[in-house]
Write a protein that binds this ligand. Structure first.
Ligand code: UT7
Length: 331
């Protein structure tokens, strides 16, 4: 029997119904479908309904996971939520989700790592499974980006969308599950992608409440350069240190920020397009939501034992890669 690993045993996504297309955005800011699609690969994104908060996404995700796995929410030990758009600054959305979904025996917390929120959270969850103290952990990556986007800023409003997903982690002794991780951060990148007002550095006041700092600011070109380099670097590093060739890798699950960044990462790994999960066209960049949303959409194609590399880059800067072996067949 091999050592205990943390295996993904269920996956569930959630996307709100309302669609905001590139053509809709043409009516809101000075942009056009051709520019957006050719620069990013995005055609449309989803928007939360009025009054729909992150915890509402989370409840749907938790309920879906429990239903698929045939378990009660009372069996969940822990819920970790990668997000930058929680219901409140405090308490954490994990607490709100557990209350609303009936996970009365779970503890949990939110984790702020922007687009790398899901993979950071996944790696923390796996430690609690590997050490034997927890048996069922739900790891969620989700964001309601529409709550912090300025729909007058064409540099950001064309990219982001709402949505997310989650996975159930359980102990496994068959050699599948999370095998390795490479996680990185560099706070010097904070000035290029941030929401500057609303924290203790610059609390909300009457004077600044309507200023642009209330929303996401991104210096796209600089972030792009760092993303292309760093996301590919960690993906290649995790392949090398696990002696994985391009043939060994069944799937790359990249953060969906820009199709050009995804292509560059796949090229550096030596992977053809058929091995790369891409749904940016439909959902845009859902920040911590992109990777679990991909796993959910591709679930039926995944086979037990598949070598999968997750890779992300985002605000912070934060970035990283996780190597896992898929743990189940759906059919
Ligand atoms: O997920 C977290 C991490 N984030 C990322 O990884 C995002 C990384 N950055 C990007 O994906 C890209 O930088 C963007 C998609 C944000 C922007 O693409 P770009 O190719 O870097 O464009 P740019 O900002 O250099 O702008 C090129 C031109 C400029 O015009 P000039 O100066 O060349 O005349 C912009 O003013 O395109 C103009 N422009 C636009 N035009 C139409 C900028 N935004 C728009 C727009 N529609 N929405």
């Amino acid at each position: 029997m091999s050592k205990t690993t943390a295996a993904i045993t269920a996956v569930q996504g959630y996307i709100p119904e309302r669609i905001l297309s590139n053509h809709d955005l043409e009516k809101m800011v000075d942009t056009n479908d051709e520019w957006i699609f050719s620069r990013t690969g995005i055609k449309e994104r989803r928007m939360a309904a009025k009054g729909e908060a992150l915890s509402d996404f989370g409840v749907k995700i938790i309920e879906g996971i429990c239903k698929k796995r045939g378990i009660s929410p009372l069996e969940i030990d822990m819920v970790i939520v990668g997000t930058i758009t929680g219901d409140y600054r405090f308490p954490s959305s994990a607490n709100v989700m557990c209350d609303k979904a009936g996970c009365k025996n779970a503890w949990g917390f939110d984790l702020s790592a922007a687009c790398s929120g899901f993979i950071y959270a996944l790696d923390i969850g796996r430690v609690y499974i590997e050490n034997g103290t927890h048996k069922k952990i739900i790891v969620i990556g989700a964001d309601v980006m529409s709550s912090i986007i300025n729909y007058k800023d064409r540099a950001t409003c064309i990219i982001f969308g709402d949505g997310g997903g989650g996975v159930l982690l359980e102990p496994n002794n068959e050699g599948v599950g999370v095998i390795d991780s490479v996680l990185r951060s560099d706070g010097a990148g904070r000035e290029f992608l941030l929401q500057s007002i609303g924290g203790s550095a610059e609390p909300i006041t009457k004077e600044n409440a309507e200023s642009d700092g209330m929303y996401v600011y991104q210096e796209g070109k600089t972030v792009f350069k760092h993303a292309v380099q760093n996301m590919a670097d960690v993906a290649v590093e995790i392949m090398e240190r696990n002696q994985l060739t391009a043939e060994d890798v069944a799937w790359l699950v990249p953060h969906q920020a820009n199709l050009r960044i995804i292509d560059a990462t796949a090229n550096r790994m030596g992977l053809g397009k058929e091995k790369v999960m891409v749904n940016i066209e439909k959902y845009g960049n859902t920040t911590a939501g992109t990777i679990p949303l991909c796993l959910w959409e591709w679930e039926n194609k995944l086979k037990k034992g598949d070598n999968i590399v997750l890779a992300s880059f985002g605000g912070g800067f934060t970035w990283g890669a996780i190597y896992l072996k898929w743990a189940y067949n759906t059919n």
